[in-house]
Design a protein around this ligand. Sequence first.
Ligand code: BES
Ligand code: MN
Ligand code: ZN
Length: 478
Amino acid sequence: MDFKLGKGGDVRVILVLKDATSLEDGNKLYSYLKEKELFKGDSGEVYSNISYSGDKILLLGLGEEDKITANSLRQAFFKAGKELIKFKVESVDISIPEFNNTSYESAIQAVVEGLLQSEYSFEKYLTKKKTIPTIKDVYLDVLSEKENLTTKTIDETINLIDGIFLARDLANEPAMVMTPEKLANSAKEELEKLGVEVEIFGKEKIEELGMEAFLAVSKGSSKEPQLIVMNYNGDTSSNEKLALVGKGLTYDSGGYCIKTPGGMLTMHCDMAGSASVIGTMKAIAKSKLKKNVVGVVVACENMISGDAYKTGDIIGSMSGKTIEVINTDAEGRLTLADALWYAVKVAKADKVVDIATLTGACVAALGNINTGAVTNNEEFMNDVKKASEISGELTWELPHNDEYRELIKGTFADLKNSTTGGAGTITAGLFLEQFVDNTPWVHLDVAGTAYISKEMGYLPKGATGVPVKTLYYLVKEY
Ligand code: BES
Ligand code: MN
Ligand code: ZN
């Protein structure tokens, strides 16, 4: 899909506000539809009249003007994109007016994103493809004084979508393909050509670093763990560095605290957090953001074997803190404990966000709608919240009172990896907090949002790429 400025294309997309009395363009069709009550202009409503020899029009409802947001535009243009693909349309013309409550830039961003989102599918293993993108040219007729801004926004959104689609592709691959080693190689392949320095460390180096918690989780698998460190230095004049730390369980069977078949079914996606880190690094590097970011991914499998870790084990960690293994299925926090310590102490990041499909409790609390957040720094949390608002990816902060911190204290070791008494998402988050040594930190639990079992608006079934957009805007704006 190519974006061009100006008029052109076979099919005209006409934007319609709810209950508009008339339209400048396509009014005859609209009056007919209005009289028959076939089209009202509700947000995301589509009526296409794409005929062989006559009209080639698509009416796209945007709802009430005051209720238009970047996200409602994304959803609407996603639907328009799907309809255009259905009719095998190759080129379209869309004229973009100014909206009351949305800046021109974010409207353009939303239009471009929505259209691009309609092209995603993960069909490489289908012998007969279902989604075949057809749109080659999109002509955007924009306000003349906004042409430069539009061109910049288009390029940036294309890069962002590249990052999102990469995150989805990585996470949708089955675990038999997306092994720790394959994930590491993918990061190298995708990022090095964009100027990101990618270092891959295997078991030996991980042992040398003293990442005992990470190693304990990986022990049951025949596949070596991989520590993937990605350095993007977009601003050499500054020492500030943000770390993005991703949970990278390429498969989580639960270990000896084995999951049910239903619970295990989607656990090839337990590396979605790292996929979002790699996807974000790609978008940042492609758009050449003037910021310094280090991505840290800890990739391994949680399996069963004669060598696997067990309940009751007392393990160490890179930080020196000791941990009682209460539940081998609470493995993500163990791998992240060492990854966070590495980000803070070795990579020397001064702010950290971790992204993890960490707890089923988060799905119970927030469903597939909101990502759960836990922080040790409200100011930094606010930055993440603002980025999440720009992105349209919802995030909800959970409380972090000291009473919760009591729950993760161990009996025979400093900490325990699983608690009773509920609040599973908060206690998992506060376990991680133990390994950031007071560095401003936000934990994002994407267990419900990074993978969905039914499509939701522009988010496809399977891996969603959430929260790549939030991370991108966090890096860009703050
Ligand atoms: N990867 C799972 C969390 C998960 C559950 C992600 C559902 C996506 C969908 C994680 O490793 C896990 O198993 N967590 C346990 C923690 C518990 C044993 C303390 C859970 O949530 O049950
Ligand atoms: Mn688990
Ligand atoms: Zn897991």
